[in-house]
Design a protein around this ligand. Structure first.
Ligand code: GDP
Length: 528
């Protein structure tokens, strides 16, 4: 099959939600439709309960051995669908942000009773910044929840989206009867007890048809007519271009657990969701259908099985085809590398494959060559953009607790930072190392992994920092910048890329610094 056709078949997306909204359940139902798994319960949740480290370790260990859950691929109708796993736990938000650089679209799952929650807000904000096309799925309609219109308002206001419902619920919770599918113009009736069966679908072009009352009862029929009238009045018609540009978000209602409304979501998704999109590199924009292979590393997974220590680097193919045993340029190292066993991902397993196409993810065994954000090409000097670091929330000095193992500690810290577990800052004044994380949980993870994977021991010491600010002087040689560096000496550090960072101890200090040194810009993101 031609490259163009292969690429057009592909849909690579992520599901984002606040923990417990139903991401795992929805993923599982999608895989069932694709025939990729045979029964429910096959998809492992990546959930971490209440920050329990042991729980995290156990999950990481399992996932490390069977990393297949990081990418779940299946075929549905004539499409090849790649779902990229995104951790919902807030301490791993950075991991999710990075994964969002590799998706072409997103499905946002919202709990009908809880509405828009904190984690959803953060993740959607990142998607909005990147204009990623989003579909919203309002889940758990079998339960009592918020009024549909109120929820649509909430989604618009809290998430800053412009929505248009493509389905609408008939009743809710105890009275939930089913869904009117605006996209396909039919009614789906829900029967709570036939959980596994595909529900009854009745085509209904004309809502004025009196038959509607016979099916769902005259009261519900009137209510539905009224609701839909309001929908058509208030919300814009679905417009694929606006959706693709990230300017309009279609909304579906359903119940993932009961497999209700999921097929409708999936059918619409494969119709409207974009096939692999062009991606900007520093040098130029790369189009998926270009013959030459290009791709970038968006995730590195440590293998925690002590027998197989190597890591797996996840590469999103941006253009062309990735072929086994073919030398590709590792741009940062300016070195050609060949991969004899690239992994492609399927529902529950990974397999060595000879060829993968733009839009796909390949997993490459790595002994320490890769860093998140690295670009691979057929020879061109390209640098893909768009994996910025955000300022961490927590900062601690890291100390060596076993002087005999300082080499191991150094190697361990470097490799863990390459994986993106946390951010490392080296103080300009004395070379001490500071680790910044999004959540306190990461410190335990790092300590555990340093010990178990590298045989090194560490302790931490508090370092009160409010925020890391990346420093951009207007003129590196100016007196103002020299003074800034002299006065702030104690608070200056270099990040892993060697960029200068100001570790401010309070919001006030940032404000004062900005006033005093107006020509030294402070950024809260590493890419500006
Ligand atoms: P995740 O944290 O977003 O991956 O959420 P899960 O898929 O693990 O779901 C969280 C809980 O909500 C589980 O107990 C699910 O069984 C339940 N759940 C998911 N979908 C539905 C639904 O449609 N209706 C009801 N009543 N419960 C659901």
């Amino acid at each position: 099959m031609s490259l163009v056709k292969e690429i057009a078949k592909r849909r690579t997306f992520g599901i984002i939600s606040h923990p417990d909204a139903g991401k795992t359940t929805l993923t599982e139902k999608l895989l069932l439709f694709g025939g990729a798994i045979q029964e429910a319960g096959a998809v492992k949740s990546n959930k971490i309960k209440k920050g329990a480290t042991s729980d995290f370790m156990e999950i990481e260990r399992q996932r490390g051995i069977s990393v297949a859950t990081s990418v779940l691929a299946f075929n549905y109708r004539d499409r090849k669908i790649n779902i990229l796993d995104t951790p919902g736990h807030k301490d791993f938000a950075e991991d999710t942000f990075r994964t969002l650089t590799a998706v072409d679209s997103v499905i946002v799952v919202i709990d009908v009773a809880k509405g828009v929650e904190e984690q959803t807000e953060k993740l959607v904000q990142v998607c909005r910044m990147r204009n990623i096309p989003m579909i919203v799925f309002i889940n758990k309609l079998d339960r009592e929840g918020k009024d549909a219109f109120d929820l649509l308002d909430e989604v618009e206001q809290k998430l800053g989206l412009k929505v248009t419902p493509l389905s609408f619920p008939i009743g809710m919770g105890f009275d939930f009867q089913g869904i009117y599918n605006i996209w396909e113009k039919n009614i789906n009736l829900f029967s709570g007890d036939s959980k596994k069966n595909i529900e009854e679908t009745i085509a209904f072009d004309d809502l004025d048809n009196p038959q509607l009352g016979e099916i769902i009862g005259s009261e519900a029929a009137d209510e539905l007519r009224e609701n839909l009238e309001l929908v058509y009045e208030v919300y814009p018609d679905f417009d694929k271009e606006a959706y693709t540009k990230g300017e309009l978000q279609p909304v579906f209602f359903g119940s993932a657990l009961n497999n209700f409304g999921v097929r409708e979501l999936l059918d619409c998704f494969i119709d409207i969701a974009p096939s692999p999109l062009p991606k900007k590199a520093e040098e130029r924009e790369v189009v998926p259908t270009e013959e030459g292979f290009t791709g970038f590393v968006f995730k590195i997974h440590a293998n925690m099985d002590p027998k197989h220590r190597d890591r797996l680097a996840f590469v999103k193919i941006v253009s062309g085809t990735f072929e086994r045993n073919t030398p590709y340029l590792h741009v940062r190292h300016n070195k050609k590398l060949k991969f004899s066993s690239p992994n492609a991902f399927f529902a529950e397993k990974k397999e060595i494959v000879d060829i993968s196409y733009a839009g796909d993810i390949v997993g490459l065994h790595d002994t320490g060559n890769f860093k998140i954000g690295d670009t691979l090409t057929q020879g061109e000097e390209l640098h893909f953009k768009g994996i910025p670091s955000f300022s961490p929330e927590h900062f601690r000095y890291i100390n060596n607790a076993d002087p005999m193992k300082s080499k191991q500690l150094e190697k361990g810290i470097n490799q863990l930072m390459d994986e993106g577990v946390a951010q490392l800052f080296t103080l300009e004044l004395n070379g001490r190392k500071v680790i910044g994380t999004v959540g306190a949980l990461q410190y335990e993870v790092i300590q555990y992994r340093l010990e178990h994977e590298y045989g090194a021991k560490c302790t931490y010491e508090n370092f009160p920092v409010h925020k890391a600010c990346w420093v951009e002087p207007e003129d590196e040689k100016s007196e103002e910048f020299e003074e800034f560096k002299r006065v702030k000496q104690k608070f200056l550090a270099k990040d892993k890329q060697g960029q200068l960072v100001f570790l401010a101890d309070s919001a006030f200090s940032i404000q004062m610094t900005q006033q005093k040194y107006p020509n030294v810009k402070l950024h809260f993101v590493s890419e500006y």
